[in-house]
Design a protein around this ligand. Structure first.
Ligand SMILES: *Cc1c(COP(=O)(O)O)cnc(C)c1O
Length: 439
């Protein structure tokens, strides 16, 4: 691979003009990244192979795709739950059919009720906020900081007498400021449900994400670190939370599951996981830590190589060791430069994007959560927003989280995948340094 010299060598201290080969690809220069881009930026889906195919086929051969009414040893879904329990150290694990279902069941588990307020970050998949509404509680949208995760100081400011819980979201695999959030929650007697949908296998100060709060949720949807097509998991150490979530996840749960119940069963929906998904999830989970090890090595290599690039500041990662490393994010000085920076990187032959655009409806940024900002509902009487007993007292607007938009507006995101070759990673580093210097 062609090496591009960025710093003038010490023997030629007077050279200030970049060589021709250093001119930016957007200005017609040769691209910095010569090694081909990976064919996909997905994580789990790329790893689907003989293990997944055999696991699913084995379930099909049994002609029994239902997870209950059988010996747990015969259920791949139950085996998946056991492996999640081992990996997170959580006593109780419930597999469900999506991350959103896991959030809803988790909120029911925690006792979040109609009219309660739940703190969610301004930057998360919209499902985090929608799950709160599904249990007839109201999302209170909290600023993010330089970590692009919940700002604990703003969270403290947004607590009211109605606040019941906090959902910190480990966005893009980056662990939240969990010490500050857990301290706040204990002080103000709030429950914590960790949203680990994008951070399966991440950790904070040595503790697996999901096992720090009262409960944790994971998603197994296609775009996550591992996938079962659709799927989700709830983890908790608390038996009551687990039983309440279990009841809600299946209207007949207590009929399938014979055990000593510590709660009175109540109504539920159907969030059950099928054995096909359970088998897929188990096969994928066995590959998770290998995927993460490669992602972390790639991110370390990139960060080391770009440490001298001028004018960019890396995202503040509260625990770099626990980062899932699914992307590299850095800030430039202005929104305009950020957009041009990302465009210049793409021209150099790598994947990169700016993160906020008023015109592009990104479902991960509160600014674009129209149905929440406008308090829309399918209910003819306006529930949950309108309620004679505990109506919504939260006001929403596109201007409510200026700090969040300021960070997102200056953020360049580089997606990482385990399939990147070292040569491609080194090319990306050269491109970032080149653009930082010449743009
Ligand atoms: C994907 C995702 C969810 C929801 O998961 P689904 O499986 O799609 O329901 C929730 N929170 C975050 C942060 C997500 O990325």
């Amino acid at each position: 691979m062609k090496k591009i010299k960025l710093q003038p060598s010490s023997s030629k201290p007077s050279r200030t003009k970049p060589a021709a080969s250093q001119s930016l690809a957007i200005r017609g220069g040769p691209p910095a990244v010569q090694a081909p881009k990976p064919s996909s930026y997905a994580h789990g889906p790329q790893e689907i192979g003989v293990e997944e195919i055999e696991a699913v086929t084995a379930v099909l051969k049994t002609k029994n795709l239902f997870r209950f009414h059988k010996n747990e040893a015969d259920s791949p879904t139950a085996q998946f739950e056991r492996l999640v329990s081992q990996l997170t150290g959580s006593r109780h694990v419930l597999a469900v059919n999506s991350g959103t279902s896991a959030l809803i069941a988790g909120l029911v588990g925690l006792g979040v009720s109609s009219g309660d307020e739940v703190l969610v970050p301004s930057y998360t998949y919209i499902a985090t906020a929608a799950a709160v509404l599904a249990v007839r509680a109201f999302p209170v949208i909290v600023e993010i900081d330089s970590s692009l995760t919940m700002d604990p100081q703003d969270a403290a400011r947004k607590i009211t007498p109605r606040t019941r819980a906090i959902i910190p979201v480990h966005m893009r695999g980056v662990p939240c400021r969990m010490d500050e959030i857990m301290n706040l929650a204990r002080e103000r007697k709030l429950k914590v449900l960790e949203d680990c949908a994008q951070a399966n296998g991440g950790a904070y100060r040595g503790r697996p994400l999901g096992s720090i709060g009262d409960a944790g949720e994971f998603s197994l949807q296609q775009f996550k670190i591992i996938t079962s097509g659709e799927g989700g998991v709830l983890v908790t150490d608390n038996r009551v939370i687990y039983e309440r979530a279990g009841c809600y996840h299946d209207s007949a749960y207590t009929f399938w599951k014979e055990r000593d119940w510590s709660i009175q069963p109540f109504l539920g929906e159907n969030y059950r996981m099928s054995e096909l998904n359970g088998a897929l999830a188990l096969a994928q989970l066995r590959k998770r830590d290998r995927i993460l090890a490669r992602l972390r090595a790639i991110k370390r290599r990139l960060i080391k190589a770009i440490s001298t690039a001028p004018g960019i500041t890396l995202q503040d990662v509260p625990d770099p060791e626990g980062d899932c490393a699914t992307s590299l994010v850095f800030f430039t000085e202005t929104p305009d430069r950020t957009r041009r920076f990302a465009e210049a990187l793409r021209a150099e032959g790598m994947a990169a994007g700016s993160m906020f655009d008023k015109e592009f409806p990104d479902r991960h940024i509160f600014y674009h959560w129209d149905y929440i900002l406008e308090k829309r509902t399918p209910d003819a009487y306006g529930h949950p927003w309108q309620d004679p007993v505990r109506p919504c007292q939260v006001a929403y607007s596109r201007e409510m989280c200026p700090q969040s938009l300021s960070w997102l507006n200056r953020a360049v995101a580089v997606p990482l995948t385990q399939a990147m070759s070292d040569a491609h990673v080194d090319g990306c580093a050269e491109a970032i340094k080149k653009v930082a210097q010449l743009l």
